[in-house]
Design a protein around this ligand. Structure first.
Ligand SMILES: *Cc1c(COP(=O)(O)O)cnc(C)c1O
Length: 474
């Protein structure tokens, strides 16, 4: 009679001594290895895995990284997608990030050995890109920048701001700019959470200069102008520009949202920092990881005296960014055009060839689609593009577009497609061309072999493997 394989569960210490496991342990640490060993042993114990196969199972079970985040190919055509981490960083920013991950002179002057201005390089880079700003400050995200500006200025003294007497906790804002930014977070609630009192003026669709004038009495520390970045009010509307608000006395805080530093012709309605400052904003706040294309950050640009007030506010310390953010931000500002800028400027003809090649390889159809800026930016702006409508139905393994999208999301690499009008669409706008092969292989895998045509599966699969190995090694 054959021995019960469950009695032959290989011992942990023997498994851990295997050179391949030792190498993986150097990379991933002992905890993850032991967990994988235990999982494989219990599969042997249950009879599901032959004891001879345990080493293969352990190695196959080990993740590529000591971090559980998975790389996602963004085939949605939405350039800034919050749920998959907004802006992908440029190669220059990734390298800077890696370089900054050790000890670096983030807050030290190496010549003197003394403490120096934290993140001076990133701040200088901001001022070079936006000469209209006298000073800059970087905090954790756009919401923090807004919170800091409103909290610090609501109760700040007037300084040398002329006729304005300084505030006692009140900030004036239009009812047309009371924005909810996603996941249930509302800017007015956020601002009031620090004790600032908002004085709402105007109506949802129309606010006039006289509304602001009547509200701007004693106690008002600042006037807030928020770009309603994720919706549009059309029809009978009116709002007051920064130029007019700047003449009322209190400093104007302009939350432009998506972080365009200068005007972009592709996005005519999107405000930019340089213009807002020229129009008289005392401080502009925005995000680093939307249209700017950098790491998550909140950027404040403005008058020297105002920025200094914000920098000295106790709350600033709780919003301080780390060296990684500063490094990636500086490289984004100084380095080559970041991916989000390239992606949003792509015209349909610029990636038609790649799209047709993919369609042919997977048996799909090329259709015209409207790409989006996303990330709660430039609502209503359509980026004319192309996508491959994947085959679904009787012959394909996934018979519904939702099933196919699910197979793509859970494949390797994970692919995020778009389901629209009963179709599963794969848009190459936000895919780097050197990921096309690995995307193609992932689509073919999701479709099952039935749809495979032009591109030899093995070549595509190899490319995909090479690709993910390179990613792991980085
Ligand atoms: C996105 C956005 C914010 C919040 O910025 P985060 O970087 O997401 O914190 C605030 N205001 C406006 C107008 C925005 O568009």
């Amino acid at each position: 009679m054959e021995e019960d394989p469950r009695r032959r569960v290989p011992r942990t210490d023997l498994l851990l001594r295997d050179p391949r496991v030792e190498a993986a342990s150097d990379r991933l640490g002992p905890t993850m290895i032991k967990d994988a060993v235990r999982r494989a042993q219990s599969r042997v114990r249950s009879g599901e895995l032959a004891p001879e196969m345990i080493m293969d199972a352990v190695l196959a079970d080990l993740p590529g990284l000591a971090c559980s985040l998975r790389r996602v190919l963004n085939a949605t055509g939405v350039v800034v997608h919050t749920n998959i981490g907004r802006a992908p960083l440029s190669a220059a920013a990734r390298e800077a990030l890696l370089a900054a991950s050790g000890y670096v002179d983030v807050e030290m002057d190496l010549a003197t050995g003394q403490r120096a201005r934290r993140g001076a390089g990133a701040l200088d880079a901001l001022l070079e890109r936006v000469p209209e700003a006298e000073a800059a400050l970087v905090v954790n995200n756009g919401a923090a920048a807004l919170l800091l500006a409103t909290t610090a200025l609501a109760s700040a003294g007037a300084g040398d701001a002329g006729a304005w007497a300084g505030g006692s906790g009140v900030v004036v804002v239009s009812r047309g700019e009371m924005v909810e930014i996603g996941d249930g977070f509302r800017l007015p609630e956020l601002i009031e959470s620090t004790g600032v009192r908002l004085r709402e003026v105007g109506t949802t669709n129309r606010t006039h200069l006289r509304d602001y004038q009547e509200a701007t009495g004693p106690g008002v520390g600042a006037i807030l102008k928020v770009h309603p970045s994720n919706f549009r009010v059309e029809g009978f509307t009116s709002e007051v520009g920064i130029e007019d608000l700047a003449g009322l006395g209190p400093p104007v805080i302009a939350d432009i949202g998506s972080g365009l530093l200068t005007h972009d012709a592709v996005l005519p309605g999107e405000p930019d920092a340089a213009t807002a400052l020229r129009q008289g904003a005392a401080v502009v706040t925005c995000s680093g990881d939307k249209l700017l294309g950098g790491p998550q950050a909140g950027i404040l640009l403005g008058k020297h005296e105002i920025i200094e007030k914000l920098r000295r506010h106790p709350m600033q310390r709780a919003m301080r960014v780390d060296k990684l953010t500063l490094a990636a931000l500086e490289a984004t500002l100084r380095g080559p055009e970041p991916p989000v800028t390239r992606f949003r400027h792509l015209r349909a003809e610029d990636y038609a060839e790649r799209t047709h090649a993919l369609a042919e390889a997977v048996g799909g159809r090329v259709v015209a689609v409207a790409g989006r800026v996303g990330g709660g930016g430039a609502p209503g702006v359509e980026l004319p593009g192309l996508a491959v409508a994947l085959p679904t139905g009787q012959k394909a393994r996934a018979s519904k577009p939702e099933q196919l999208a699910h197979a793509l999301r859970t494949g390797d690499p994970a692919v995020l497609a778009r389901v629209e009008d009963g179709q599963c669409l794969v848009d190459l706008r936000c895919i780097e061309p050197d990921h096309d092969l690995s995307l193609c292989a992932a689509v073919q895998a999701a479709l099952g072999d039935s749809a495979v045509q032009a591109l030899p599966r093995s070549a595509a699969a190899e490319a995909a493997e090479g690709d993910s190995a390179a990613e792991t090694a980085r």
